[in-house]
Design a protein around this ligand. Structure first.
Ligand SMILES: [Zn+2]
Length: 53
């Protein structure tokens, strides 16, 4: 029996374990949202750090 995981961003079913949606949301997200939302957020975060140097 596989556990059913729902993406906390788009609400779609995730096949497999999905990805951590943090820091955007606490929970799991699907491949699509991981690429489109979370990675963009992480890049922005690191860009902001680099600008402070
Ligand atoms: Zn999603």
């Amino acid at each position: 029996m596989e556990k059913e995981i729902i993406c906390c961003i788009c609400g779609e079913h995730i096949s497999g374990y999905g990805h951590s949606a943090e820091p955007v949301k606490s929970g799991r997200c699907c491949d699509k949202c991981n690429k489109e939302v979370v990675i963009v957020r992480v890049k922005e975060f690191f860009n902001a750090i680099n600008k402070c140097k």
